[in-house]
Design a protein around this ligand. Structure first.
Ligand code: ZN
Length: 298
């Protein structure tokens, strides 16, 4: 977190250092899951296969999952603190089910556990809770059918800022191969953004840098804060501040500047530390370039 501060990042996180996986880390303190019972399952509509834990009974949170990490993070920074949780649909897509039978029912069970966790995190002083929902880019019909309802249940009653992150995944081979099949324009966001615009979530985090997402799709997020991904996490090439500024300026054609929060496309977990630092520094400096143009309000 000190490195994030030194790089000039205003909203910092703990880097999920205490988790083995962005989904399975949250499951550690839940009843109803057998971690020994591994099931080989196709993930994200069979984009890749993974051995995942299995739901064998009712999902119940035994107690706080991430409280110790959140308290440690809160104690070590005066900046705004963001904490990430997996979204309910993405959890459902990353675990085998032998109990609930319907993905919708399982999602709502996880949403209740996520909501209890999120309320604890808010009480600890977390400023922004972000639900990571890469599955929203894959199962667009189910997002409308039950994914949004589950996400709303996960964030219900929270007074802190809430965000949802929907991305095309970082640089593992299965994701790169999948992206190669998506054609010249990635329009997946087009189906989900209108639903998010009508939701109670405050912020939407998306990827822009080196993606083929048509930037005008950001118009569909009218009223929301837009976390503009200006750093490619699937490449070790470090963006210049000018690159970052160009991505932000492009976003400003569709989103009011006070609604824009420049960020990275996705997490930096697989990246070397010095590359990650250089990219974060470029992000802050690029944002500063545009802020100087836009004026003193931001
Ligand atoms: Zn992501």
């Amino acid at each position: 977190m000190k490195l994030q501060e030194d790089a000039g990042i205003d909203v910092v996180g703990d880097g999920e250092q205490a988790r083995v996986h962005f989904v399975h880390g949250f499951l550690a303190n839940l009843d109803g899951i057998d971690f020994e019972k591994k099931t080989l399952m196709g993930i994200r509509a069979d984009r890749y296969k993974a051995e995942v834990p299995t739901v064998v009974g009712p999902i119940r949170r035994r107690g706080p999952v991430h409280a110790a990490e959140a308290k440690a993070a809160r104690a070590h920074t005066d900046r705004k603190l963001k904490f990430t949780l997996p979204g309910p649909m993405t959890i459902v897509d990353t675990i085998a089910d032998e109990h609930y039978g319907r993905r919708e029912d399982l999602a709502l069970a996880f949403a209740a556990a996520l909501n209890a966790e999120a309320r604890d995190l808010e009480a600890i002083g977390v400023d922004v809770i972000q639900f990571d929902e890469p599955a929203f880019n894959v199962y667009m019909r189910e997002v409308a059918d039950w994914g949004m309802a589950a996400l709303e249940k996960a964030r219900s009653g929270l007074a802190c800022t809430t965000a949802v992150h929907i991305c095309y995944g970082y640089g593992i081979k299965a994701n790169l191969d999948w992206k190669a099949t998506l054609g010249s324009e990635w329009r997946q966001y087009e189906e989900v953004f209108p639903l998010l615009a009508r939701s109670s979530l405050d912020q939407v985090s998306l990827e822009c840098r080196n993606s083929r997402v048509p930037p005008e799709l950001m118009r569909l997020l009218d009223g929301k804060d837009v976390l503009v991904g200006a750093i490619d996490v699937a490449s070790d090439t470090v963006e210049t501040p000018q690159d970052v500024a160009a991505t932000i300026r492009e976003a400003m054609r569709y989103v009011a500047p006070e609604k824009i929060y420049p960020c990275t496309n996705c997490g930096m977990a697989p990246m070397r530390r010095e590359v990650a630092y250089a990219k974060l520094s470029a992000l802050a400096r690029g944002a500063a370039l545009v802020r100087a143009e836009v004026g003193p309000s931001r």
